[in-house]
Each structure stands twice: as C-alpha cells, then as structure tokens.
Design a protein around this ligand. Structure first.
Ligand code: SF4
Length: 218
C-alpha cells in the first residue's frame, strides 16, 4: 500500500503540483530565505516577492554586508520587516563568522543557527541537500491521519510520532524523490484534502484512503 500511495502522490504532483521560486531553484540560500519569509505569510505572496529580493541579495555574504535598516526597508512590502531583517542579519553573522558563509548540510548544525527550527532544518535537508527527511505541517498531518486513519497521540497532530512515522516511511524508501514526495503531500493537503469538504473525487489517494472507507461503511 505504501508504494501505491507514493506512486499516486508523485503522479498527481507531476500534473498538479504548485510551482514556486524555491522549488524551481532549491539552492540552500533561496530555500532558507523562502522559509524565513513563509512564516505568517502566504506562499503566493512570498513567491511574488522573492525574485525581487534575490535580485538584490543573492548570498549570505551580501546579507552580512547590508545594514539591517536597509534590509528592513526592502522587506517592507511583505510585513514583519524589522523582525525578519533582524533574523536574517543574525543568521548571516553566524554563518559568515563560523561557517565560512555556507549553510551547513547537517541537521545538528542547522539547529544551532539562530531562528532555525525543526521545520526549516528539514526543508533545507530535503529540498536543498536531497536528504530523505519527512516534513509535516498541519496540512500534511491531516492527509496522513485521513489516509491511514492515524489517531494522533498529541493534541497537535503535526507533532505526533504516529504521523511522523508514516511521513518518514513515505520518503525513506525513495530518498531521491523525497523532496517531491514532501511537496506533493504539502500541495495535496493545501489544495485537495482540505479541513472541510475535502475534494475526494479529485484525490489520487481515494483508492487507499481510510477516511473514505469509513464514510462508506458507516
Ligand atoms: S481521499 Fe479525501 S480524505 Fe482521503 S486523502 Fe484524499 S481528499 Fe483527503
């Protein structure tokens, strides 16, 4: 069943996956900037803004050289500009001073960086460094709970080990496709398996979904 689900996800993603700048150019700098901007801002807004940002700043060294006030001005249209400029400057300082201006490719090192949490570390490892790391946000957790009928043991499903276990199984068996599997799950949760009125008729998982099976048997 796992392989069938994986194939269905990948097939659906090829035709329906969303296109974002950080997916087309998943280098570590672009992904890191995107993840900072995506906090509390929609993916569509970040996707529109990021190309302008990258025209002005394309490396850690450039961020390091730029005064924080100038960076905040540039980030103004997206909101939270002072907060984001401060985080970018803090990160750039540590990366220049301790990592030779390079973004590290190990989870432990990434988690030592200021403002980098588990989600961003995993996004970098999966999207930029090609490692088989699962990524679980609220949308992905919902897809997994519905497909496998998983009951989360924590009140936040995205933090439940049962959910992570399934997400990890999906990416571990196909390490080279891990980024695409993660993107497919993120998109399926955002576009099809919505919290209310999931579009099960359009879903590639509808032949393997516990949510549907229960609906039809109860
Ligand atoms: S079949 Fe329906 S409930 Fe199951 S994953 Fe797809 S959209 Fe979600």
């Amino acid at each position: 069943m796992l392989d069938e689900i994986r194939q269905a996800l990948l097939g659906w993603f090829e035709k329906n996956g969303r296109t974002f700048v950080w997916r087309e150019h998943p280098d570590p700098f672009t992904v890191l900037m995107a993840e900072i901007l995506l906090k509390k801002t929609s993916a569509e807004a970040v996707n529109r803004f990021l190309p302008y940002f990258l025209e002005s700043y394309s490396s850690i060294a450039e961020l390091y050289e730029t005064p924080e006030t100038e960076l905040a001005r540039m980030l103004g249209p997206l909101g939270l500009s002072s907060q984001r400029a401060k985080q970018m400057k803090g990160l750039a300082r540590v990366l220049v001073q301790s990592y030779d201006s390079k973004i590290p490719c190990s989870r432990d090192e990434l988690l030592k960086l200021p403002g980098i949490g588990e989600y961003t570390a995993r996004a970098l490892l999966s999207f930029s460094f090609g490692k088989p790391e699962a990524i679980v946000d609220t949308n992905v957790a919902r897809v997994i709970m519905r497909v496998w009928g998983v009951k989360p043991s924590r009140c936040e499903a995205r933090r439940s080990p049962e959910v992570w276990d399934k997400a990890s199984q999906l990416v571990n068996a196909r390490p080279k496709r891990a980024a695409r599997i993660n993107w497919a799950l993120l998109d399926l949760g955002a576009l099809i398996c919505k919290p209310r009125r999931p579009k099960c008729d359009e879903c590639p998982m509808n032949g393997n979904c516990t949510f549907i099976a229960r609906k039809f048997t109860v």
